[in-house]
Write a protein that binds this ligand. Sequence first.
Ligand SMILES: Nc1ncnc2c1ncn2[C@@H]1O[C@H](COP(=O)(O)OP(=O)(O)OP(=O)(O)O)[C@@H](O)[C@H]1O
Length: 468
Amino acid sequence: MKVTVYPEPTNDETEIFSSTISSGINFDKFDHIAVKVSGENPPRPIESFKTANLRKYVLDNVLKAGYRKPTPIQKNAIPIIMSGRDLMGCAQTGSGKTAAFLVPIINMLLQDPKDLISENGCAQPQVIIVSPTRELTLQIFNEARKFSYGSVLKVAVAYGGTAVRHQGDNIARGCHILVATPGRLHDFVERNRVSFGSVRFVVLDEADRMLDMGFMPSIEKMMLHPTMVETTKRQTLMFSATFPEDIQHLAGRFLNNYLFVAVGIVGGASTDVEQIFIEVTKYEKRNSLKQLIEENDGKRILVFVETKRNADFIAAMLSEQQLLTSSIHGDRMQREREEALQNFKSGKHCILVATAVAARGLDIKNVDIVVNYDLPKSIDEYVHRIGRTGRVGNRGKAVSFYDSDQDLALVADLSKILRQADQSVPDFLKGGGTATFKGNKYGGSDVRNFNNANTAVVDQGQEPEEEW
Ligand SMILES: Nc1ncnc2c1ncn2[C@@H]1O[C@H](COP(=O)(O)OP(=O)(O)OP(=O)(O)O)[C@@H](O)[C@H]1O
């Protein structure tokens, strides 16, 4: 595998602040979503950024990013984090979870600065943020640079497919915030380039994914590392749009007397995404896709497929039809992956064919339609995928090809997700077994069952190959 050395990230203010998606016409509807906070003594939510006791730098950056009003997860998470508590936060896709943790963390680092330690080439970051994919890690890094812009804080990034030495040197110069994929982070820890003795915050973004079987070993290595500060002396924060109960149980041992915030239905789909299903056989999918693209000429379309091979195949097929198409999956070189994403973001290519690597967290402006060419195996993955459109109060559309030979197991969950988002359920999705999805109309559930719920040729590192 070839690896890439990147130029330094931009310091251009306009560029740094331009990545935000402008909020859409349904932004104010966020205020009507039920919020459930459980756990001991939750602080009161904030009403506005201006009254949140943020330092001037941080507030200025929030306003420069175009944020006028906090989203519900921000209203709750900001005071919870600023009061020193641990948090498990669940809110729908595209509702501002990233700023919900970055803004208070950056504020606290500036409010109560601690010396930056880096000894013998081994850095001791004060904040570790991990996320499951390289592109999401890079996105969070850019967001962290945005909200700390103009301050003394140093932010570094570590993810696979890029030169180890270059990233390692940056980190070793000392960083307050390190945003990383677990594989590359572990690599740096093994090489004695990073240790956890100065950690004040650990954030797991897409936490349910970080704690599932695939990533749990890496997360355990970090959380149980001999240098890691114990749970009572750091803050641990976990965020996702989906949080299955078995994963919440696993998460508990890394948290200390945490608060649980559920905005709307835990694991529910964004109600701003219109969900359409087309019943097809696997032989009809190609033509159905071509027809859909023809009918939506010029729209920006993100197509999800299950396998890397199929991603290449579909992208090649569309390119042959003179449709400007990129693809992103785990067998492509990192430079190609980032280029594909950039081409899609900039509108140079209207179509991006992707595997699950692009399902979570990516915040891309103007995605008009998400297509599930192949439906995913789990309902949570479906919720994340369709959440690439319909973000921050904008409307979006998801079209899924349903093949009863492949997708029968998902029927009950899909019809539940549709009903809870007040959308009609097609006949072929009615009456199919028991849903596994645990959401309910009144906000999700905290597995602890609190009664006091307050409704209110470069070294390329040892990172393992990616499955997606
Ligand atoms: N208060 C706000 N006002 C306006 N825009 C906002 C606000 N908060 C966040 N945004 C913007 O909304 C978009 C979505 O935010 P973000 O990516 O944090 O969502 P998320 O909840 O993490 O979604 P996902 O579950 O898909 O990861 C971003 O472009 C972000 O800049």
